[in-house]
Design a protein around this ligand. Structure first.
Ligand code: UD1
Ligand code: MG
Length: 468
């Protein structure tokens, strides 16, 4: 757990603190709230993406507590810093715990790890507003039709007198529709000079960061609120219903963004497209497609219905017919997949190659224009260019202990129902007869037959019938 003290620089130095230590009781989950996913990524990871557009990652402090190691592990590749809050005694206490890391900054922007729709534009605007107002605390507020559950902003003139949590509010206060988003900017000096004045005399027995509004007012400091023009950006995910609502909003936005970049998505509400997915122009996505993780799809592709593609790279002009499942696969230009192909991790499909009905591949390279069109398993195999793999071919790659490799060189022809017992090599241009069980290497340009010789008993059937 790293918490570093920073030098005071010549200009105004800004840190971002992201509160992510809470348990998330209302989700009724054994996993920490901020690791629940929307748009295919942890809530906290979305907040970090926005924060990184405003300050450098070394000035971002994620406050962790509940399942701290798990949370830290999930987002540490982003280069942010971590501060431990142990135990977790409320949002005010989260900032008390972060004081040693933040005290030498001029201001700190505080974000909530459970509100992933916030944008860098709004964060920057809030920071500028705070500086303009010369406030000690600036709250991002929003006017909501249904403010239930949120803290309410009590105004005094154009400034803020206090924030009241729903549970502690009077019926009159509950009618206020201007709510606290949970995003703030604080000038660190008044914040840390006064934070010890927070009390826990509230229904949760916690230190509420929201109470800093009243505390700072009492200390004759200015507390401002900037009302956002985009209330949907502040939505928090405290319950499963809120979580899926945010997920839907995020994916809808993603589809709109892709469409404006030239991608056709039919019935977008039926598609599940994660926020990091990239798709080139003139690609068409049919209804009920899922594109997950860091999948990248080029231009002029067509992804037909019911395909689920995860962490895969697809080049241009690729046709994925209905019902394909791809995971960590790489597909070159002009390839055709499906219907119902299953490409497992490490499948590399060459230019113009075909992988067809009920074909499963794993850790293979299928060369240019090679075809495996029907009912085949190819695992741990190197298949050259222009190879034809007949229906029902199986690479027997596993002996119960180890995995072995099958090599099929350029131009080879594997007849239907062949069983290739690895390790084995089929030479360039060789033929394997249908229904052969191949246990030894086949030299180039030869024919291998590995099946029982056919016996024909003429008239046998007729005689049997007559006897009956
Ligand atoms: C908070 C605000 C509320 C506001 C709402 C907006 C308080 C007391 N209330 O309520 O006014 O309308 O956000 O979404 O702040 N956390 C910690 N340490 C803790 C407790 C919480 O890091 O000890 C983190 C949580 O992981 C979460 C964030 O702080 O990411 C906010 O906590 P949460 O419990 O969700 O607060 P709300 O009830 O939503
Ligand atoms: Mg919340």
């Amino acid at each position: 757990m790293k918490s570093s003290l920073n030098r005071t620089g010549p200009q105004s130095r800004t840190a971002i603190a992201i509160m992510a230590a809470g348990k998330g009781t209302r989700l009724k989950s054994k996993h920490p709230k901020v690791l629940h996913e929307v748009g295919g990524k942890a809530l906290l990871a979305h907040v970090i993406v926005a924060a990184r557009q405003v300050v450098d990652p070394q000035d971002i402090y994620v406050i962790v507590g509940h399942e701290a190691d798990k949370v830290q592990h999930t987002v540490q590749s982003s280069g942010v810093q971590f501060v431990l809050q142990e135990p977790q005694r409320g949002t005010g206490h989260a900032l008390m715990s972060a004081a040693p890391a933040l005290v030498n900054y001029d201001q700190v922007i505080v974000l909530s790890g459970d509100a992933p729709l916030i944008t860098a534009a709004t964060i920057s605007k809030l920071r500028d507003f705070h500086q303009q107002k010369k406030a000690a605390m600036t709250i991002l507020s929003a006017q909501l039709d249904n403010p239930t559950g949120y803290g309410r902003i009590i105004r005094e003139g154009s400034d803020v007198k206090a924030v009241v949590e729903e549970k502690s509010s009077t019926p009159a206060q509950r009618k206020i529709r201007e709510i606290n988003s949970g995003f703030y900017v604080f000038s660190t000096k008044p914040l840390f000079e006064n934070i010890e004045r927070l009390r826990t005399d509230n229904p949760h027995g916690e230190y509420y960061l929201t109470d800093m509004a009243a505390v700072l007012r009492k200390a004759k400091q200015r507390v401002a609120a900037m009302k956002t023009d985009y209330p949907s950006e502040i939505l928090g995910s405290n319950t499963r219903a809120e979580l899926v609502d945010i997920d839907r909003k995020m994916r809808h936005e993603k589809c709109l963004k892709l469409m404006s970049a030239g991608v056709t998505i039919f019935f977008p509400d039926t598609c599940v497209i994660d926020s990091d997915v990239e798709i080139g122009a003139d690609t068409t996505i049919e209804p009920f497609v899922q594109l997950r993780g860091n999948t990248r799809i080029g231009s002029d592709c067509r992804i037909r219905s019911y395909s689920v593609i995860q962490n895969s790279q697809i080049a241009n002009d690729v046709l994925v017919k209905p019902g394909c499942v791809l995971d960590e696969a790489t597909i070159s230009n002009g390839a055709i997949l499906g219907p119902y192909s299953h490409l497992r991790p490490g499948s590399e499909i060459g230019e113009g190659a075909h992988v067809g009905n009920f074909v499963e591949t794993k850790k293979i390279r299928l060369g240019k224009k090679s075809k495996a069109n029907h009912l085949t398993y190819l695992g741990d195999a190197e298949v050259g260019d222009g190879v034809n793999i007949g229906a029902g071919t199986i690479t027997c790659n596993y002996d119960g202990v180890h995995k072995h490799k099958t090599i099929i060189e350029d131009g080879a022809f594997i007849g239907s129902d062949a069983t290739l017992v690895a390790p084995v090599k089929i030479g360039k241009g060789a033929y394997v007869a249908a229904a052969s069980c191949i246990t030894e290497d086949v030299p180039p340009d030869s024919l291998a037959l590995g099946r029982a010789k056919q016996i024909v008993k003429e008239g046998w059937a007729k005689t049997k019938l007559e006897k009956r």
